[in-house]
Write a protein that binds this ligand. Structure first.
Ligand code: SAH
Ligand code: SF4
Ligand code: F3S
Length: 462
């Protein structure tokens, strides 16, 4: 029999991408083969994100669109997974509008994929198996890892912060840390396979280890990963400012491998809004943290997430956010319009005290405009410097140019001066040009020595 093929569409954050790798690993073990085309697949899994309405709309649209494919090829199995599957509204929608879906499972039982597929096989109607709460952390799951030299490693699941706008604590459950030893073992194995750029993952990595016995923290974990041979860059995401400790700042400053990129989502610069968001810090606390980070970590690249149009946000609240942005001078910011999430406290306030849509849009534009100007100025400061760039592929716009990233996660386009394949190599460059979203550079030396590249396929980036 011909090999069955699977296609997984992934929305959302890196934790979802990691979950997709774990689903892929289980399917590989069942003898499936991965494909990057949905119309060639016998099994399609949609790994969804619920963080904003727009992400949900994309997934709903795609699920709807697959009805046609399923009508033409009735043997194709469709599964909906991920954060949306944890929401009762999604289940009701699938029952009503998407009975062509064969299986729905959630974030807490994706390790049971083989069993769920088998059960769904035998049923006419949609099999819905979503766990309300998380079980124990499951170790030793197989993975279908991404190509390249960059790998993600889960360290903590769930979130206990309950920011009033956010759905994640509902879709991902309470915080559960993985034990230190299996994380170290996983990173060691990845390094042996040639992965050199390691990102440890969690919704709030700064609370890693508080639930372990003996207690450890993120700084302890990163220190245990530091000596692993072959690891060149160590990253962590996402951080919560409240839990970002001085111990961690000092560890980053002292480390040879932890990258000097600090992503500290602020969400708002207004104390009134921060309080309503339940962020558990003030603007003054945040600025003090930023100043300590800047003082301790050389050439630190700072990025953030900001929400505009939170219920009740006034013009003066919004101006506090602009002011904070001017003071911090982020290298980049991810900016979002507030999106009400059913079941969260802020969604109820949105009913009573919404910011009108045109004002939300206007604030987003003003925020982005300011950030773009600051990003450009920050990039201009880098002209003339030497940096190491991890090449990811060719520029989509110009095949004579390589595209890659620095340790601080800045996109760099590098002139392609020879026929040598540089994908997955770390190369020294001199920065020659600054734009808002990327830097232009020239190679100034041979690739750094290290393991042979893991792949030969050229992936466009920009
Ligand atoms: N755990 C991370 C990231 C969570 S989601 C953190 O705490 O930073 C990523 C970003 O999406 C958040 O930082 C926030 O800026 C944004 N976000 C979350 N919920 C949102 C909502 N309801 N509407 C708009 N943006 C939201
Ligand atoms: Fe959501 Fe807040 Fe948790 Fe981040 S810290 S996942 S924004 S509840
Ligand atoms: Fe989205 Fe779930 Fe991640 S809601 S941002 S995929 S944790």
């Amino acid at each position: 029999m011909e090999e069955r093929k699977y296609f997984i569409k992934t929305y959302g954050c890196q934790m979802n991408e990691r979950d997709t790798e774990i689903m892929g690993g289980q399917l590989d073990q069942l003898g499936f083969q991965a494909t990057d085309r949905d119309n060639q697949a016998d099994l399609i899994i949609i790994n969804t994100c619920a963080v904003r309405g727009s992400a949900e709309q994309h997934a709903f649209g795609y699920i709807g669109q697959l009805k046609q494919l399923k009508d033409q090829h009735p043997h194709v199995k469709l599964a909906v997974a991920g954060c949306m599957a944890q929401e009762p509204g999604t289940i009701a929608w699938i029952k009503r509008y998407a009975p062509h879906v064969d299986l729905v499972f959630g974030t807490h039982n994706l390790h049971q994929l083989p069993k769920l597929l088998e059960e769904a096989e035998e049923r006419e109607e949609t099999l819905i198996d979503v766990w309300k709460t998380a079980g124990d952390v499951v170790e030793h799951l197989p993975s279908h890892r991404n190509d390249g030299v960059r790998a993600f490693v889960n360290i903590i699941y769930g979130c206990d912060k309950f920011c009033t706008y956010c759905i994640v604590p509902f879709t991902r459950g309470k915080e559960r840390s993985r034990a230190l030893a299996p994380i170290v073992a996983e990173v060691r194995a990845l390094a042996q396979e040639g992965y050199q750029d390691i990102t440890v993952l969690g919704q709030n990595v700064n609370s890693y280890g508080h639930d372990l016995d003996p207690q450890v923290d993120l700084a302890d974990l990163l220190r245990s990963l530091e000596p692993i041979e072959g690891v060149r860059w160590l990253r962590y995401t996402t951080s919560h400012p409240r839990d970002f400790s001085q111990h961690l700042i000092d560890s980053i400053a002292a480390s040879q491998k932890i990258t000097h990129h600090v992503h500290l989502p602020v969400q708002s610069g207004s104390n009134a809004i921060l309080k309503k968001m339940n962020r558990k810090y003030t603007q003054e606390y945040y600025m003090d943290l930023i100043n300590r980070v800047k003082l301790a970590i050389d050439d630190v690249s700072l990025t953030t997430d900001i929400i505009v149009g939170f219920p009740g946000e006034t013009e003066s609240d919004f101006e506090d956010t602009l002011e904070l942005m001017r003071k911090v001078r982020y290298d980049a910011a991810f900016t979002f319009i507030y999106s009400p999430r059913e079941g969260t406290p802020a969604a109820r306030w949105e009913g009573r005290d919404p910011v009108p849509d045109p004002i939300k849009k206007d604030r987003l534009n003003r925020l982005m405009e300011l950030q773009y100007q600051i990003s450009l100025e920050a990039n201009q400061q880098l002209v003339g410097r030497t940096e190491v760039v991890l090449i990811e592929g060719l520029s989509r716009k110009d095949p004579n140019v390589w595209a890659g990233r620095t340790q601080s996660n800045k996109v760099v386009l590098v002139n392609r001066d020879s026929a040598v394949d540089l994908i997955d190599r770390f190369i020294p460059v001199r920065i020659e040009k600054a734009k808002t979203f990327y830097l232009g550079a020239r190679q100034i030396g041979d690739p750094l020595s290290g393991p042979a590249p893991r792949r030969r396929v050229e992936l466009p980036l920009l």
